[in-house]
Design a protein around this ligand. Structure first.
Ligand code: UDP
Length: 245
């Protein structure tokens, strides 16, 4: 352990009162921005995230057009005021990387071949950050895409699993992320449990990695239910009315 800070007490409770496998309180609302084709607002713990979708629309610049399918262009942006130490505005290496991995995760579920030459533009704004913003952004973006009526194979729930005080912990908060030993953000397609995003910062043993994946996939299924609830509320559809494929 790198610090004297206790993140998990002798009873296994975390400093914020959560169990090891417990998500932070979460809230999702679809259709919050009337100007956008689709949108969603998501809170998880102290993270506050907005996602807006425009498209499918003509792709600019035109040289990016793909005659066989639509391209998915995601812009992840952390506002200067989203963290205690003002973040320098504008893109940086981190936001370019996050935009790329989120675009790729979303591209794997969107039926892009239905919209040749088009662009599907996804904007993710982090208004308040407390670790796990790439996952929160991706979970929000997939609800915004569904709200825009973009045909998709499924939604994409996402969460991070980490290790702090030598224990696996779900959905790390900022302190756990800063002082912990590892962080493993992941995202899945719930219908198949196919993994569409996976990164790792720090080290885990093979056994820890397997257990972390299991914990993360189970939590993604919980987030999936909240995503679906948000869409049902938006379109006033009851669970019984929902047409199963
Ligand atoms: N963070 C920050 N300034 C930055 C980048 C990140 O304060 O320029 C904080 C922010 O709270 C973020 C956390 O560090 O949520 C963890 O960042 P990381 O790069 O691990 O991505 P995230 O966990 O948000 O996906």
């Amino acid at each position: 352990m790198d610090s004297d800070i206790v993140m998990v007490d002798e009873k296994g409770k975390r400093a914020d009162g959560r169990e090891a496998d417990e998500l932070r309180p979460m809230k999702i609302e679809a259709g919050v921005l009337p100007n956008a084709d689709g949108s969603a607002y998501l809170e998880i713990g102290k993270n506050k995230v907005l996602a807006a979708v425009y498209g499918p629309r003509e792709c600019h610049p035109r040289h990016l057009q793909d005659p066989t399918k639509a391209i998915v262009q995601c812009k992840y942006n952390m506002q200067s005021y989203s963290v205690g130490d003002r973040k320098r505005p504008g893109p940086d290496r981190r936001s370019v990387e996050i935009s790329k991995i989120i675009s790729e995760a979303l591209e794997s579920v969107i039926l892009t071949e239905l919209f040749p030459r088009a662009s599907i533009d996804v904007y993710i704004e982090i208004m308040q950050a407390n670790a796990g913003t790439r996952c929160a952004g991706l979970s929000a973006a997939s609800v915004a895409l569904a709200d825009a009526g973009i045909p998709m194979r499924d939604l994409v729930p996402s969460v991070a699993v980490g290790k702090a005080d030598g224990k696996l912990l779900l959905d790390l908060n900022k302190e756990e992320d800063n002082f912990g030993e590892a962080d493993l953000p992941l995202a899945i397609i719930p219908k198949t449990d196919e993994v569409v995003l996976l990164q790792m910062d720090g080290h885990m043993t093979k056994e820890e990695f397997d257990a972390a994946m299991k914990m993360g996939v189970a939590a993604c299924h919980q987030i999936y239910e909240m995503q679906r609830d948000a869409l049902r509320r938006r379109y006033s559809v009851t669970e019984e009315e929902e047409v199963e494929e």
